[in-house]
Design a protein around this ligand. Structure first.
Ligand SMILES: NC(=O)c1ccc[n+]([C@@H]2O[C@H](COP(=O)([O-])OP(=O)(O)OC[C@H]3O[C@@H](n4cnc5c(N)ncnc54)[C@H](OP(=O)(O)O)[C@@H]3O)[C@@H](O)[C@H]2O)c1
Length: 157
């Protein structure tokens, strides 16, 4: 079955971004993100798209969808296009905060992979809506745990 899957990397205090950039740059997580999303579809908010370095834009070997009200690219249109694409891929929701919130509010996800780095980051302006995710998931499983550094947890809706 094809799935819609949230994927995010946050600090202990749930920070994900600052001034349009990522606040965490973790090799293990980048590798995990790549392994999961390659050959699938990804959907992101326009601000996250803007933040991608030119050389990574669009994210290679993935169908990239960008949500923008200004461009009339809506969640409904993107999800419909993905469903009708004839591909056999998953749709990874890759952020940022606004977009995670929208998919959670709509209960439009099957699973989530959340990397939590064992560090507080105070210079941040965007956060992962973790309490909302917890309130909408039934179970979780630890995928990877690197002592004192980070853990990756999979959530099931
Ligand atoms: N650590 C992580 O895992 C991670 C992942 C991704 C991003 N980030 C960080 O998160 C930050 C960006 O997050 P953000 O919340 O500011 O922005 P965002 O979610 O990336 O994008 C927001 C934009 O998405 C569009 N949008 C929002 N709701 C929409 C809807 N219902 N339909 C269509 N378009 C919609 C709007 O674009 P228009 O203004 O064009 O209408 C809006 O301005 C950056 O710092 C980024 O580096 C972190």
């Amino acid at each position: 079955m094809r799935k819609i899957i949230l994927i995010a990397c946050m600090s202990k205090n749930k920070a994900i971004g600052n001034k349009g950039n990522l606040v965490i740059n973790l090799k293990g997580d980048m590798q995990f993100f790549k392994e999961k999303t390659i050959s699938h579809s990804v959907v992101m908010g326009r601000k996250t798209w803007d933040s991608l370095p030119k050389k990574h834009k669009p994210l290679p070997y993935r169908t990239n969808y960008v949500l923008s009200k200004k461009e009339n690219s809506t969640i409904d249109k993107v999800v419909t296009d993905w469903k009708n694409s004839g591909r056999n891929d998953n749709l990874y929701v890759i952020g940022g905060e606004e977009i995670y919130n929208k998919f959670l509010d709509l209960n439009l996800f099957d699973e989530a992979y959340i990397t939590t780095v064992n560090q507080h980051i105070f210079e941040a302006d965007t956060y992962f809506p973790y309490q909302k995710l917890l309130s909408k998931t039934k179970s979780m499983k630890i995928i990877e745990s690197i002592k004192d550094r980070y853990s990756i947890i999979k959530f099931y809706s």
